[in-house]
Ligand binder design. Structure first.
Ligand SMILES: Cc1cc2nc3c(=O)[nH]c(=O)nc-3n(C[C@H](O)[C@H](O)[C@H](O)COP(=O)(O)OP(=O)(O)OC[C@H]3O[C@@H](n4cnc5c(N)ncnc54)[C@H](O)[C@@H]3O)c2cc1C
Length: 394
């Protein structure tokens, strides 16, 4: 039986970084990934460009991790987003910042990030086994025995579980880590979809493909300001994904397209525009054309009507609608089709300084398998890479 100091299960961002951390301190390390290639889900983030972290300060990062972000204080005090940026810079993969602090490789190619992680693992002598699935993990005495689908057995004094959540199972994240937790009587919290697009009762066909920047979205008592996208099923884009966290049943959400002005101020502003032009032209700078036509239709204003002929009452109605645009949401996507899994290995069982189980010494959990979920924008990957490093180096 081959023996290693550390066996890492799962070759996503958390598992690759855990392997780097472990081998960096001279521990013999093997990474086992069931896919042919490493980082399959990671390659899909940021529209295929790999949104590897976010340049926000730590308080903002934690705010953007609505699922137990505060648990990560200790992790981030050891390895944070700036360490991630420096790690890639030092390994020949500079990053660039885009809107909302999102960080991407300057190449705009996710393979650059994945290759940087693979090169580092190779440089440090990590044994990488792909196309092999871990089928069981047992503990005898101080050692773990890890069995794989090719009927091999490996022994290790510690095992790092980096198997991800349960979304997009075609990427390999099928919840095996939760099974390991169950096997060792480590409690799990319920798995739920998070960062999910929103399905509407009546998707707005006329607005399909429309994307609006920095819209204020109100869902219950929560307010989110981010970009939103109208799709054939309903809504997507970061604002919709964030809102999904708060949607458990059919709910109305409200868009405010003019957060910086109240209704009266908005009408007053519109009355300074060219009053002889058709309203659809005089308000052109305020709305995208299809949005304006859609809203005018709801309020019952004929688009060709000159602005001066539109009653103040109707303008008030239009302003009210633009600031309180009600959209009926039926539900979120299923867990499998959402971006992130909420719930997972219960954090009470995990030492926040090391990511080691409190009840099973030598067994560590990192990344999305934990009961931690973040907004898209690089925050999940930040959590995955940082927890991976901390578990690996401990
Ligand atoms: C479409 C999409 C877009 C996203 N966009 C963003 C974004 O913009 N920003 C952001 O922060 N997050 C984003 N995410 C979320 C982010 O990708 C994940 O949170 C992150 O990849 C989790 O990393 P991980 O290492 O914990 O798990 P994963 O990346 O899921 O990796 C787990 C790995 O474990 C392997 N594995 C599982 N079981 C076994 C086994 N038994 N044996 C061997 N290997 C096994 C799997 O094959 C997989 O490769 C997105 C997710 C999706 C699906």
């Amino acid at each position: 039986m081959n023996k290693y100091d550390t066996i890492v299960i799962g070759g996503g961002p958390s598992g690759m970084m855990a392997s780097i951390g472990s081998s960096y301190y001279g521990h013999s390390t093997m990474l086992i990934e069931k896919n042919r290639r490493l980082g399959k889900k990671l390659s899909m983030t940021g529209g295929g460009r790999c949104n590897v972290t976010n340049n926000a300060n730590i308080d903002e990062i934690i705010e953007n991790i609505p699922g137990n972000g505060r648990f990560l204080h200790s992790t981030f005090s050891q390895f944070d987003n700036q360490d991630i940026i420096n790690f890639f810079q030092d390994n020949g993969t500079p990053l660039k910042e885009e809107d909302h602090g999102r960080m991407f490789p300057t190449t705009d190619k996710s393979m650059t990030i994945i290759n940087a992680l693979i090169d580092k693992m190779k440089e440090l002598g990590v044994t990488i086994k792909t196309k092999v699935e871990v089928v069981s993990v047992k503990k005898t005495g101080d050692f773990f025995v890890v069995k794989t689908s090719d009927k091999e057995e490996y022994q290790a004094s510690r095992v790092i579980v980096a198997t991800g959540g349960k979304t997009y199972p075609s990427t390999g994240s099928t919840g095996f880590g939760h099974e390991i937790a169950r096997r060792f009587d480590i409690p799990l919290t319920d798995l739920r979809p998070s960062e999910s697009p929103l399905i509407m009762n009546k998707p707005i066909k006329d607005l399909q493909g429309i994307s609006m920047d920095d819209v204020t979205v109100k869902v219950g008592k929560k307010t989110i300001v981010h970009d939103i996208l109208f799709t054939h099923f309903g809504l997507s884009g970061p604002a919709a994904l964030r809102a999904s966290t708060y949607i458990k049943e059919p709910t109305n959400i409200y868009l405010d397209l003019f957060d910086n002005l109240n209704q009266e101020e908005l009408v007053k502003k519109w009355l300074t525009f060219d009053e002889n032009k058709a309203i659809k032209n005089s308000l052109k700078s305020e709305f995208q054309e299809r949005v304006l036509l859609y809203l005018l239709n709801i309020v019952g204003i004929e688009p060709q009507t000159p602005l001066k002929q539109v009653s103040k009452q109707k303008l008030q109605e239009l302003a009210h609608l633009a600031k309180n645009w009600e959209l009926a949401i039926e539900k979120t996507f299923s867990l499998e089709k959402s971006f992130v899994t909420a719930g997972g290995v219960e954090l009470k069982n995990i030492n926040p300084k090391t990511l080691e189980s409190k009840t099973v010494p030598g067994l560590y959990f990192v990344g999305e398998v934990l009961d931690i979920n973040a907004h898209t924008g690089g925050y999940n990957i930040t959590s995955a890479l940082a927890t991976g490093w901390v578990a690996g180096t401990n």
